[in-house]
Ligand binder design. Structure first.
Ligand SMILES: [Zn+2]
Length: 386
């Protein structure tokens, strides 16, 4: 029986010697309308020859860590547990931009594929720097450094793609700078953001041309997406100051749009809710009042009180003498500026336009392209790409 299985396996390898490859590039903070600015770069090429979605709807809160982990797991932040770039867990303590993959409570796609014997590679993707519950990635670059340029990443991607069939990863995922830090600093409409975009657009074209020069587009499908959009803000709300004035002791875990308050004394709950509600820019919820559709309820990581705000407000935990002008994190159902991009190009892709897609749909779509079963725990659905 074993030898029969082996020969069947060898036979199937012989029939499909050229396995397809999926390459995913994430451009940080690239709002849905930015690619329209492309003159002659990678985005204008993908717009005419690839698939373009109207936009990509991010998870809430629409920040970098939850977004990337949702794209890698196919579930919302309340399931994978990465509620923001930093958060507090009542049992494990503080998480802050941690490279430790075991904070993620759902199996990331690279671990799912590696378990099936499919090689994967990441050049910076949240949660991919360390083994997830003992499952290693075949090729991974770490530690994360924002100083590594896209030029370096492109060379490594080409090197991975140039490996022999049996060593080459079939999924490559890479985080790129996008426009995030420039837009935070200068605001979304500033000329410097357009310049940052133009550079990314050119890098994307370089990558497309390098893959072409290797004659690999017949087997590579590339997805280019972003983690969130961006909007301009003008009002900071200092949550710690509000609580301190009322003499309420609490641990606060604050993102720009969602704040979690863990009270030291549960008897303070009614008073804390009353005090916070006096600020009309805050939507104040007790943990058990959270609407399920927000996907913000986690058993150990959601505060006793959760406060939500809209732009142009931003929650902070301390005074900030140099506040950002551009920000994200807001509820994507209420703020279209949070929507990002989704493009596909290459093998199996026709030049079409489709409607809006969701961030949780990314992982099932990758699995579908690789012709691997989509696990039931994924909340997203595969996006029809052709
Ligand atoms: Zn981001």
């Amino acid at each position: 029986m074993k030898s029969l299985l082996l020969s069947l396996l060898l036979f199937s390898c012989f029939i499909f010697p050229e396995d397809n490859i999926v390459l995913v590039i994430s451009m940080d903070g690239l709002r849905h309308d930015y690619p329209e600015k492309s003159q002659s770069g990678g985005f204008s090429l993908m717009s005419s020859q690839g698939l373009k979605a109207e936009s990509l709807i991010p998870v809430y809160q629409s920040t970098t860590y939850p977004a990337h982990v949702s794209m890698a797991t196919g579930v919302h932040p309340d399931k994978h547990g990465i509620l923001h770039n930093s958060f507090y867990d009542k049992e494990k303590g503080l998480y802050s931009y941690s490279p430790e993959a075991n904070w993620i409570q759902i199996k990331p796609i690279w671990a799912y594929l590696e378990e099936k014997g499919i090689k994967t590679a990441t050049y910076f993707w949240v949660g991919s720097e360390t083994a997830w519950n003992g499952i290693e990635i075949t090729y991974s670059k770490f530690p994360f450094s924002s100083r590594v340029s896209e030029k370096t990443k492109i060379q490594q991607i080409i090197d991975w793609l140039s490996l022999p069939d049996n060593e080459r990863p079939r999924l490559i995922m890479s985080w790129w700078h996008g426009i995030d830090s420039t837009a935070h600093k200068h605001g979304i409409t500033n000329k410097k953001v357009s310049q940052s975009f133009a550079k990314q657009d050119q890098y994307l074209l370089d990558l497309i041309n390098k893959i072409k020069s290797k004659d690999l587009w017949k087997k590579v499908t590339m997805i280019v997406l972003s983690d969130h959009g961006m909007t301009n803000i003008s009002n900071l709300i200092n949550v710690n100051e509000i609580l301190k004035k009322a003499n309420i002791k609490a641990k606060v875990s604050i993102g720009p749009a969602v704040g979690h308050i863990f009270l030291e004394d549960q008897n303070d709950l009614p008073n804390a809710v009353k005090i916070l509600k006096q600020n009309k820019s805050l939507d104040v919820k007790r943990k058990n009042e959270l609407d399920e559709s927000l996907n913000l309820f986690h058993p150990t990581r959601t505060g006793d009180i959760v406060i939500l705000t809209k732009s142009p407000n931003m929650l902070v935990s301390r005074k900030n003498s140099n506040p950002p002008i551009g920000m994200h994190g807001y509820n994507p159902k209420l703020n279209k500026d949070m929507e990002g991009i989704f493009f596909a190009y290459g093998n199996k892709i026709n030049p079409i336009q489709i409607g809006k897609v969701k961030q949780v749909d990314v992982a099932p779509t990758i699995l579908s392209l690789l012709e691997v079963d989509i696990p039931e725990y994924m909340e997203g659905k595969e996006i029809t790409l052709n």
